[in-house]
Write a new protein. Structure first.
Length: 190
């Protein structure tokens, strides 16, 4: 009941659910372990188990990320936007990967219902495009401050094409995100 799109980078997957619409509204299945495992090419028993659900609300122009967690508490994230719209990004931070430092991005919104799977080994971030946005994501690991790392959102070595032209000024960043290291100086996955 979902369309699955893969990228030129192995790992991230974009899911678009099939909506059932009628005059009352709509319904869709936002999570199903069998469909998720099948899209990853694994049996349901070995699919990532989600340990934590998170919900953030951000006003237009807020850029959160790029965040990831190292061992022993890495996190994969299944991200969706339930109100508003965001530009969502995953960056490969696996040094041994042939796509190390490459990124993928997609617009997630309350209108398109898309979800982005950001696997372990990828940094995640998003830019709020609408007046405000509610972002929900399932995490495969628990938050752990000692494992948490960040990358600078505008590192030219990564070259993310953020849709900044849709904003009325520069992105709004936390101090942590503004001071994050560039990829060449970051602690990443082997």
């Amino acid at each position: 009941m979902m369309t699955i799109e893969k990228f030129g980078i192995e790992g991230p997957i974009l899911f678009t659910p099939k909506l059932i619409n009628d005059d009352r509204g709509f319904f869709y299945e936002s999570w199903n372990v069998n469909n998720f495992a099948s899209s990853l090419g694994v049996e349901p028993a070995v699919a990532p188990v989600f340990q934590q659900d998170n919900h953030s609300q951000s006003k237009q122009g807020v850029l959160r990320g790029l965040h990831y967690q190292l061992l022993p508490e890495p996190q994969g994230k299944l991200v969706r936007c339930s109100a508003g719209a965001i530009f969502d990004v995953a960056v490969d931070v696996r040094r041994s990967s042939p796509t190390f430092g490459k990124w993928v991005g997609a617009e997630l919104s309350a209108d398109n219902h898309k979800q982005l799977w950001v696997p372990v080994g990828f940094a995640h971030g998003f830019l709020t495009l609408s007046e405000s946005a509610d972002v929900l994501y399932k995490a495969s690991g628990l938050w752990n401050r000692s494992c948490e790392r960040s990358l600078l959102w505008n590192d030219p070595a990564i070259g993310i094409e953020w849709p900044l032209d849709l904003l009325n000024g520069p992105p709004l960043l936390s101090d942590k995100d503004a001071d994050a290291p560039m990829l060449e100086h970051a602690e990443v996955f082997a």
